[in-house]
Design a protein around this ligand. Structure first.
Ligand SMILES: COc1cc(O)cc(C/C=C(\C)CC/C=C(\C)CC/C=C(\C)CC/C=C(\C)CC/C=C(\C)CC/C=C(\C)CC/C=C(\C)CC/C=C(\C)CC/C=C(\C)CCC=C(C)C)c1O
Ligand SMILES: C[S@@+](CC[C@H](N)C(=O)[O-])C[C@H]1O[C@@H](n2cnc3c(N)ncnc32)[C@H](O)[C@@H]1O
Length: 328
């Protein structure tokens, strides 16, 4: 795959995006009944239940959820980065750095960052591979004996790709989040090795076996059908490729858990209201965290999607966890 030089927005033709952007319409794809099929009262009520899901603590239909999630991120996009620093006192940066450390990408890595939003993982990836590439080049130069200074200077001047062929695609369902990310990329001078794609985690607009690494940070909690997003992750990874997910998880220490609940429910929505004028979106954030499966349950879901050697590491007493798996 050739590394795109531009960081323009590729609009995917994926149906999922247009449905969510339009506020949710269309039939749930996996719970449709066959035309003409007669359903007993019991199976009818089962169908109804199956098409329901949650949006925070609220019960909503599966069709509604995508539109509601879209509105949340459309609303918070402009204040998203500042809110994260404020609410987490900058701790989210350390969690994201740890994700990159775990990934340890080498020059040439093709990364798909799903629900990539404003590009935090993508920019870290670019900085990481660039530093790796520099180190490799220095090692090679040191290993070569008897080079003249002209030869050394030439090697530095003719560095055609500082990323060594690496590429990151940021894929997100929300146009506003991507717009903020693109502006950040310009401000931080990231132009090469980066592409932005509008697309749904449940229906990725990419061919099979394309990427070395798939990441999703604080994104999978918002997806309507987590199992479908995991299957899509498995499909687009190359054999040998790695899945990495950074997500809120379950706090295991009872004392920390009480303080955490207090902070989550009493402080976070207030900060949301004061800084972003948006209580509801931050209430959704803390509620959606409580609805997400714990470390072990999520590990099982990743395994059910076909990943092997699935492991996880809990960070900050389990407030978040990084799950890892391989397509073998
Ligand atoms: C709409 O959807 C979203 C919007 C977004 O902006 C972001 C996301 C996705 C999230 C990220 C990208 C990550 C960054 C965002 C967050 C971490 C915000 C979510 C935060 C929580 C769910 C709570 C946990 C927060 C932390 C661990 C960060 C550190 C915070 C503190 C140490 C607390 C600071 C203390 C004060 C400000 C004092 C005032 C507090 C009170 C009076 C309440 C009582 C609180 C305490 C006594 C201390 C708090 C204790 C804890 C947080 C638990 C223990 C902490 C540790 C083990 C370190 C998105 O989807
Ligand atoms: C909390 S943000 C995370 C952004 C970024 N990964 C980070 O760590 O800062 C969640 C992102 O998930 C995106 N999202 C929600 N549902 C999605 C879906 N079905 N497909 C792709 N992205 C989705 C949202 O638009 C939003 O940008």
């Amino acid at each position: 795959m050739a590394a795109p030089r531009s960081c323009g927005l590729w609009r995917s033709c994926c149906r999922g995006w247009s449905r969510a952007a339009a506020g949710g319409c269309g039939l749930p794809r996996f719970h449709r009944s066959r035309p003409g099929a007669t359903l007993s009262a019991r199976s009818l009520s089962q169908e109804k239940r199956a098409a329901e899901t949650h949006f925070g603590f609220e019960t909503v239909s599966e069709e509604e959820k995508g539109g509601k999630v879209y509105q949340v991120f459309e609303s918070v996009a402009k204040k998203y980065d500042v809110m994260n620093d404020m609410m987490s006192l900058g701790i989210h940066r350390a969690w994201k750095d740890l994700l990159l450390k775990k990934m340890h990408p080498l020059p040439g890595t093709q990364l798909l960052d799903v629900a990539g939003g404003t590009g935090d993982i993508a920019f870290r990836f670019l900085r990481y591979v660039e530093a790796q590439h520099q180190r490799k080049r220095k090692r090679q130069l040191r290993a070569q004996q008897n080079l003249s200074w002209e030869e050394i200077a030439k090697k530095y001047q003719h560095e055609e790709d500082p990323l060594g062929g690496s590429l990151v695609i940021v894929c997100d369902i929300n146009r506003e989040m991507l717009k903020v990310g693109q502006q950040k990329a310009l401000d931080q001078g990231h132009t090469a090795g980066l592409a932005w794609v509008l697309g749904d985690a449940e229906e990725l607009p990419f061919d099979d076996d394309k990427f070395d690494v798939y990441t999703i940070a604080f994104g999978i909690r918002n997806v309507t059908h987590i199992d479908r997003a995991l299957q899509e992750a498995h499909r687009v990874l190359k054999p040998g490729g790695r899945f990495l997910c950074l997500e809120f998880s379950q706090v295991n220490d009872p004392l920390i858990s009480r303080l955490y609940d207090l902070y989550s429910f009493q402080v976070i929505p207030v900060i949301g209201e004061v800084i972003a004028g948006d209580w509801k979106s931050y209430q959704y954030l803390v509620e959606s965290i409580r609805k997400f499966p714990n470390q072990e349950e999520f590990k099982e879901m990743i395994e059910a999607a076909g990943f092997q050697k699935v492991t996880y590491e809990s960070l900050t007493s389990g407030i978040v966890a990084i799950h890892s798996g391989f397509k073998l």
